[in-house]
Design a protein around this ligand. Structure first.
Ligand code: SF4
Ligand code: SF4
Length: 135
């Protein structure tokens, strides 16, 4: 992948928005990888937690917003507790979800679930999924 870096890119409105919503300083990350090493969901992710931070630093908006990792993240906060720089990676991932959900781009379309699927899922799981995946 060819990366074009510039001052403009790292002050991109998308980068600023992610920092504002998450309250995190993305540039504090030095890519040690401890967040990804401890993440229990990493085997299902297409972009690893440390890569999410790197992409966010660089303003890779499309790659991040199209990634399945931001929905796979279980918000377990293990990454937060492991980061030597005190970055709350889970909040950065939540910010990315929020950017999509605030555009009313629901990740879970409840109306598309079949009756069988709805009756299979415990109600508490359905409610928590709707909180995370719908606007
Ligand atoms: S643990 Fe912290 S510093 Fe290390 S890669 Fe992850 S976000 Fe960056
Ligand atoms: S909060 Fe998300 S990214 Fe962080 S360790 Fe848990 S599942 Fe992985």
């Amino acid at each position: 992948m060819r990366i074009n870096l510039s001052k403009k890119k790292i002050k991109d409105p998308f980068v600023v928005k992610v920092q504002e919503l998450s309250g995190q300083n993305l540039l504090a990350c030095y890519q040690c990888g401890k967040c990804s090493a401890g993440c229990p969901a990493v085997s299902q992710m297409d972009i690893l937690p440390n890569q999410i931070i790197r992409y966010a630093q660089l303003g890779f908006k499309e790659e991040l917003l199209e990634s399945k990792s931001i929905w796979i993240c279980a918000s377990c906060m293990t990454c937060n507790s492991r980061c030597p720089k005190g970055i709350n990676i889970a909040e950065v991932i939540e910010a990315l979800r929020q950017i999509l959900l605030r555009k009313r781009e629901d990740h879970l379309k409840v109306e598309k679930l079949s009756e069988a699927e709805k009756s299979d899922v415990p109600p508490i799981a359905m409610v928590s999924s709707m909180r995370k995946f719908t606007s």
